[in-house]
Design a protein around this ligand. Structure first.
Ligand SMILES: *Cc1c(COP(=O)(O)O)cnc(C)c1O
Length: 243
């Protein structure tokens, strides 16, 4: 087979795979929801396309996927700014100050807000761009030293207090990454921790659109759904191993 033909074959197989993977993941979400008596419509599926090319994103869109997540602003701009299709993009990776402007112009939601400094800057940028932003607070629930995510209840309180009075942001909920382990008990404990924080803050009744609990990735989304996730962020199970 010549080179051109081989490329076409590989591309066709990959394309079929992304669409198949998406149906498989959606089906697994349905099953997990049914297992706990939850309406599958209440769990949003995000396709995490980091380290995958724009062509893969287009294939996912062709298969009906609309919500995407990216970790890096620069990569997201290169990939998504040329797309004509309609999509919703969330930033789920650590956000550097000098990227906030681009993130606000490109994303519907920033899920990785974890300091008051970032919170203020996102609010200020959203206000000056006349583009109100949805945000989530990222929490480190894994009891491990992680570089990102709010580490203590006090820090989370501070974010909540600050956010109530900032313009042009709509705080929707919380996001976490479970510990990197095969120990399901520890993974579940991490999700339970986030759900409790979500319920506690919800009880304060300070945010009017407090409805998003973003937890669960390729290897643990079933557990996350059982523990109340409303948005799962799936990369590998849709697009394959990252390049
Ligand atoms: C990469 C990433 C994901 C997706 O991870 P998979 O294991 O590939 O599904 C989800 N959330 C965040 C924050 C990520 O960085």
């Amino acid at each position: 087979m010549d080179h051109w033909c081989l490329q076409l074959v590989i591309y066709t197989v990959m394309k079929a795979t992304i669409s198949d993977n998406l149906s498989r993941v959606r089906q697994a979400i349905d099953t997990a929801c049914r297992g706990v008596g939850k309406d599958p419509e209440r769990v949003r599926l995000m396709a995490v396309s980091k380290n995958h090319p724009a062509a893969s994103v287009q294939d996912a869109i062709a298969a009906g996927q609309t919500l995407f997540g990216e970790n890096r602003v620069q990569e997201a701009m290169e990939k998504f700014s040329g797309l004509n299709e309609s999509y919703e993009l969330h930033m789920i990776g650590h956000l550097q100050s000098n990227k906030i402007k681009d993130a606000v112009s490109m994303c519907g939601c920033i899920q990785s807000v974890d300091t008051t400094k970032t919170l203020r800057k996102v609010s200020a940028q959203a206000q000056s761009s006349l583009r109100p932003m949805d945000i989530l607070f990222e929490v480190n629930t894994s009891e491990e030293d992680s570089k990102y995510g709010v580490g203590t209840a006090e820090e989370l309180d501070a974010l909540v207090r600050e956010a109530q009075f900032l313009p042009s942001i709509r705080v929707r909920g919380l996001m976490t990454i479970a510990p990197f382990t095969s120990d399901k008990k520890r993974i579940r404990a991490s999700f339970v921790r986030l759900r409790r924080m979500f319920e506690d803050i919800g009880m304060l009744d300070v945010f009017h659109d407090w409805d998003t609990l973003s937890m669960g990735m390729s290897s643990d989304f079933t557990i996350a759904i059982e523990e109340g996730s409303t948005l799962v962020r799936i990369g590998t199970a849709i697009f394959g191993e990252r390049l």
